[in-house]
Design a protein. Structure first.
Length: 106
């Protein structure tokens, strides 16, 4: 996989995770003590992330470097998902199960 494609995919994961948490690029930059431009460049796949900033990013987004770099979730992220899932109503759990079943057929 080319570097440009890898950076774009990483940027999408960063953006998605940030939005899931309901924080702006400005808030992410502030929490990481970096510039807003850096966050914009990361999410746009224009720049690579330095190791020390990857550590900060993962801490702020409560995610693993594996997820940011490869898209594969770490075990602790799966546990957190299942904890949230277990709090849903039975009908919502069934809805999610149906969606997962449908997506796994493709």
């Amino acid at each position: 996989m080319g570097d440009e494609k890898l950076l774009r995919e990483m940027g999408k994961r960063i953006s998605t995770k940030r939005r899931e948490l309901g924080i702006t690029q400005e808030q992410l930059a502030e929490r990481m003590d970096v510039s807003i431009q850096m966050i914009s460049n990361l999410e746009g796949g224009k720049k690579a992330i330095r190791p020390e900033n990857l550590v900060k990013l993962c801490a702020v987004l409560s995610t693993s470097a594996d997820y940011i770099l490869t898209g594969k979730r770490a075990e602790f992220e799966n546990i957190a998902f299942f904890a949230k899932f277990s709090t849903l109503s039975a009908s919502n759990q069934e809805l999610i199960e149906s969606l997962v079943n449908e997506l796994s057929r493709k």
